[in-house]
Design a protein around this ligand. Sequence first.
Ligand code: FAD
Length: 305
Amino acid sequence: MTNLPEVRGKLTRNRELSGLTWLRVGGPADWLFQPADVEDLQHFLANLDSSIDVFPMGVGSNLIVRDGGLRAVVIRLGRGFNGVSCEANRATVGAAALDSQVARKAAEAGIDLTFLRTIPGAIGGAICMNAGCYGSYIADVFVSAKAVTRDGKLVELSSEDLNFKYRQSDLPQGWVLVEATLEGPSGDPEEMASRMQHQLEKRDATQPTKDRSAGSTFRNPAGFSSTGREDDVHDLKAWKVIDNAGMRGATVGGAQMSEKHSNFMINTGGATAADLENLGEEVRKKVLENSGITLEWEIKRVGEF
Ligand SMILES: Cc1cc2nc3c(=O)[nH]c(=O)nc-3n(C[C@H](O)[C@H](O)[C@H](O)COP(=O)(O)OP(=O)(O)OC[C@H]3O[C@@H](n4cnc5c(N)ncnc54)[C@H](O)[C@@H]3O)c2cc1C
């Protein structure tokens, strides 16, 4: 893969991705592109051979990159894409801004986006995944987003365009989110600060936050909804059916279903991506045998084996 377009940002060939993911596994990307700004990204995509795959990556907190790596240009946004500005009840944020930073800055400005405080990703990943916790989701606060299409056009996306569902959206393959506007209810900055502190403590008490994980391994299975909201249909907890199948603490190589939270898969040290994926498939098999429920991966698995 040669003759990539000239850029002002940084293009790195054959870049190992393991260091860029929370699970610390995965082979190299053919190329890693870190654009200088939106215009640089637009120019690159407009001039990139259309046969070359593009994979936008956030901070890799919901990803298993397979051991064979990615035959693609991975696009990772950094400085130049992480601004946060607040006005009235709205925060306009760069796609590389960390969820935690957005929650804190919004709270200081009296805007309640506190549910983002404990989600470790960046805003691009949060929108793509319709991230959420404590009963709130990106879909609830989303106003609009800007994205660069695979052929380099800058477009504005509405909620309807993204068609948010439980832990997913309809963002087209290869489009890169660059900015979003979120709107939250008004809140008292001090009360929100203490609520976020409480959320952090609750996470540390119930989840393996100090281990290498990618959050929930599987989506909560669809079941009964007391409210009719699509998000609430997933009331049945994946960790429960995993426990019932006896898979809490199960291991394959260096991969383990956490003893602390059985829907969190962790790299205990020397895990490969194959260990993690094989463990997940073993869990799916045992849960299906035990309860007839087919678990669906929430962690995205990309690249070659
Ligand atoms: C300890 C822990 C706790 C977690 N808790 C939660 C939780 O409570 N709730 C929850 O929802 N999730 C949770 N997660 C999962 C994860 O943090 C979220 O899914 C997060 O939104 C992913 O963001 P990211 O930047 O890491 O995206 P990545 O993992 O890098 O990518 C995820 C997806 O988003 C796409 N993407 C990323 N950036 C862009 C962009 N700029 N443009 C287009 N597409 C993009 C990628 O292509 C990929 O398909 C947790 C993870 C961990 C490790």
